[in-house]
Write a protein that binds this ligand. Structure first.
Ligand SMILES: *Cc1c(COP(=O)(O)O)cnc(C)c1O
Length: 398
């Protein structure tokens, strides 16, 4: 694609930071991982941060730390990446989905409330709910948190899109309304470590458990051991963990990228505001923002007003892709994936998610997107669906 939907930015400072680690004593398990963790924890105002090799791993150990297991139920949003649901399946738990809000495309608080009332009556309440801050816009966490108090579930925020965003003026990830928050550092996300993720919490027990699960279930803390150490070499594997560690090479890149986080999110807001303006006369719905939200703007999703457009959603997609514009669709409703469909979901239960899936298109959005590229995206789209030409050709101007 000439213009992808998302793209990392790597600066000379990033490269220097990684090269410095290559020359150092530790490529992994050195000083950079804790430094990156402290940097993100400080930025978010959270007590503990556990860096791992992906957000998927972070979601997995977050579920395990909350004792999710066979017989338990985990709910997440119907419009998300599959990893938000898979983490529960890794633990042997069952998954169910909540329909989305028609304006924010996040988990709908009204649908969640109704579903909880029914689940309470049936005696089958979720153990964990995983709201996903889609596109970087925070979910209505205060309301979801108060439902968690009433119905007794835990909350993991899947903030893979949302680092650098704010909810009610406070950093996403601060844990005010959840047990654990997860970030992703995949290259299309807001800051990157190549592959990588992080789990944040204010609970020392959850932090300890996740740190242990990240590295084989091994502890070197004598207080956690079943007996005094045999000698100075001693460690104990106290549960079944994984190798989910982040390397120092990755953490150095992350730490360097972290310095530009606010700048990146501000740039994304400028791009979003310009799209809002350029698209305002086209038959599309631009992203609506809740008053409590300062989005990370990982994605800029428009919805086609298909009644006012002569060609199909798919045709718009195909034409833009053919023109070298890397539009995408975030996401296919998870219950439609064959793996989940086999578990028996009914599309009719997710009206808003189905409507969204029929109309949504992610336009290119990343800090390095240049104005003329953005104009080209809108010009191509306008030529396909516009009532009039937004950018008249030179000859029509005379
Ligand atoms: C990207 C993403 C993940 C997974 O992130 P990785 O770091 O690639 O494992 C999980 N949830 C959502 C919503 C995502 O967008």
């Amino acid at each position: 694609m000439n213009i992808p939907y998302g793209r990392q930015e790597i600066t000379p400072a990033d490269i220097d930071a990684v090269v410095e680690v290559l020359h150092s004593d530790f490529l992994t398990q050195g000083p950079m991982v804790p430094r990156f963790e402290q940097s993100v924890a400080l930025y978010c105002g959270t007590k503990y941060a556990i860096a791992v090799n992906s957000a998927t791993s972070a979601l997995h150990i977050a579920c395990l730390a909350l004792d999710v297991g066979p017989g338990d139920l985990v709910w997440t949003s119907s419009i998300t990446f599959v990893a938000s649901a898979n983490c529960a399946r890794y633990c042997g738990a069952d998954v169910d989905f909540v329909d989305i809000d028609s304006r924010t495309y996040n988990m709908s608080v009204a649908s969640l409330t109704e579903k909880l009332v029914r689940a309470a009556a049936a005696g089958r309440l979720p153990k964990v709910v995983i709201p996903v801050h889609l596109c970087g816009q925070p979910c209505e966490m205060e309301a979801i948190h108060s439902l968690s108090q009433r119905y007794g579930f835990h909350i993991i925020e899947d903030a893979s899109h949302a680092i650098g965003g704010r909810y009610q003026g406070e950093p996403i990830g601060n844990g005010r309304y959840s047990d654990i928050t997860v970030f992703s550092f995949h290259p299309v996300k807001i800051i990157t470590t190549g592959e990588g993720g992080m789990a944040l919490t204010n609970d020392p027990e959850l932090a300890k458990r996740m740190a242990c699960l990240r590295s084989h279930g091994i502890t070197r803390d004598t207080a956690e051991m079943t007996q005094p150490p045999d000698g100075p070499w001693y460690y104990q594997q106290v549960e079944l963990g994984f190798n989910y560690r982040m390397t120092d090479l990755q953490a150095a890149l992350g730490l360097s990228q972290r310095q530009r986080l606010d700048e990146y999110v501000a740039k994304r807001h400028v791009i979003a505001a310009r799209y809002d303006e350029l698209l305002k006369d086209l038959p599309v719905t631009t992203p609506w923002q809740h008053a409590d939200s300062y989005s990370g703007f990982h994605l800029y999703v428009i919805r086609l007003q298909l009644n006012d457009i002569k060609i199909s959603h798919q045709e718009v997609f195909e034409c833009l892709r053919a023109a070298g514009i890397g539009v995408n669709l975030h996401y296919i409703p998870v219950y439609r994936q064959p793996y989940y469909a086999r578990l028996g979901f009914n599309q009719a239960d997710f009206t808003q998610a189905e409507n969204y899936y029929a109309e949504a298109i992610s336009l290119p959005m990343y800090p390095g997107l240049r104005e003329e590229q953005q104009s080209e995206v809108v010009q191509r789209l306008s030529a396909l669906i516009g009532h009039q030409t937004l950018f008249p050709k030179r000859e029509t101007l005379t």
